[in-house]
Design a protein. Structure first.
Length: 95
């Protein structure tokens, strides 16, 4: 696999930072930005927190703090995901 093919493969598999933040802003309460980055455990935690906050109000505050902190962590999560994609492509190509 040549460099051009690797780059095409990377571009098709990487996650977009803007999309991740957009999902975090509009659908962050249900963890869609986490699901987008293939963090199913983190996304599921958002759904559980949202469900529990309907019955226990203090959980709603925890949910909002988690969302606020995730706003700052999303940049790193996208970069870590994309780095993993790059390493996976390098491993596939055998170089």
């Amino acid at each position: 696999m040549n460099t051009y093919q690797k780059e095409i493969l990377f571009e098709s598999r990487k996650k977009n930072m803007f999309i991740a933040y957009l999902l975090g802003c509009f659908l962050g309460g249900i963890g869609m930005h986490r699901f987008y980055l293939k963090d199913f455990l983190g996304g599921s935690a958002y759904i559980v927190l949202l469900f529990l906050s309907m019955f226990i109000p203090i959980i709603g505050a925890v949910h909002l703090v988690y969302l606020f902190v995730d706003f700052f962590l999303t940049y790193r999560m996208v970069n870590v995901y994309n780095l993993g994609v790059r390493k996976e492509i390098e491993a596939i190509s055998g170089e």
